[in-house]
Design a protein around this ligand. Structure first.
Ligand code: ZN
Length: 238
């Protein structure tokens, strides 16, 4: 079986501008994710905002089964043309995994159709990410909850459509809760939003986080190459 083709997309700005972030992610968040996902046998490529066409040429997307997306400070610099292109691929079956601050990315807001804002606080709080759908493939091999000692808080209300399936809920020691693992289908594509992963915390170095993302990639992979026929069908089908 051919390995799944995964493109790890990363804005890659904080690391260039902020030494504190570069110390946490010397190879960029995309580098940390590519390294962490490598043991799962995917065919992994990375792409970043400052590459031509943000590294997301039509050819690159046509050769991607699942795209992961992390952005934060430069969402508005992603060109609408590329957003159109990614949306089209998702609607035609490419999986999309949106990570942490990617909740405000153009592509996520486009696919959700809502504002996607939430409440947040940077106060090194403990987070417990509770599994609320233990039979779901994204939870395969996971414990009852994942604990992260220090995290940025994201709290409700999170302005998203109700997920088709809610997989995780986070609790923070400051008292807030958050829908941390949300599954959607749009067209033939599957989308998973996963909360953890601020640029100043080493969360994308954690093997348990790699496991969740790997499970999500396997869940979100395209399941068929058959193109559904739509529109006027003039002849009866025998
Ligand atoms: Zn953050």
């Amino acid at each position: 079986m051919n390995p799944l083709r995964v493109t790890v997309w990363h804005e890659y700005r904080h690391e260039k501008l902020d030494k504190q972030v570069a110390d946490v992610y010397p190879e960029g968040i995309h580098g940390a994710l590519a390294k962490g996902l490598a043991p799962y046998g995917f065919d992994i490529h990375t792409a970043t905002l400052d590459e031509p066409e943000h590294g997301l040429t039509q050819e690159a997307l046509d050769n991607t089964d699942v795209l992961t997306w992390w952005g934060h400070m430069a969402h508005e610099e992603v060109s609408d043309e590329i957003v159109d292109r990614v949306q089209e691929r998702v609607l035609n079956g490419m999986g999309l995994i949106v990570l942490h601050s990617g909740h405000l990315s153009k592509i996520f807001r486009r696919l959700m159709g809502t504002g996607c804002m939430l409440r947040w606080r940077e106060a090194d709080e403990k987070e417990r990410i509770w599994t609320v759908d233990p039979s779901h493939p994204i939870c395969d091999g996971l414990p009852e909850y994942i604990e992260i000692d220090e995290a940025e808080m994201y709290g409700e209300h999170f302005d998203i459509p109700p997920p088709d399936t809610l997989v995780f809920i986070s609790w923070f020691e400051g008292g807030e809760v958050f829908r941390s693992g949300c599954c959607y289908q749009r067209g033939q594509g599957k989308i998973f939003y996963f909360r953890p992963g601020h640029e100043t915390y080493p969360i994308f170095h954690l093997p348990i986080v790699h496991k969740v993302i790997a499970n999500a990639i396997n869940w979100a992979k395209p399941v068929t190459n058959m193109a559904p026929v739509r529109g006027n069908i003039p002849e009866f089908m025998a």
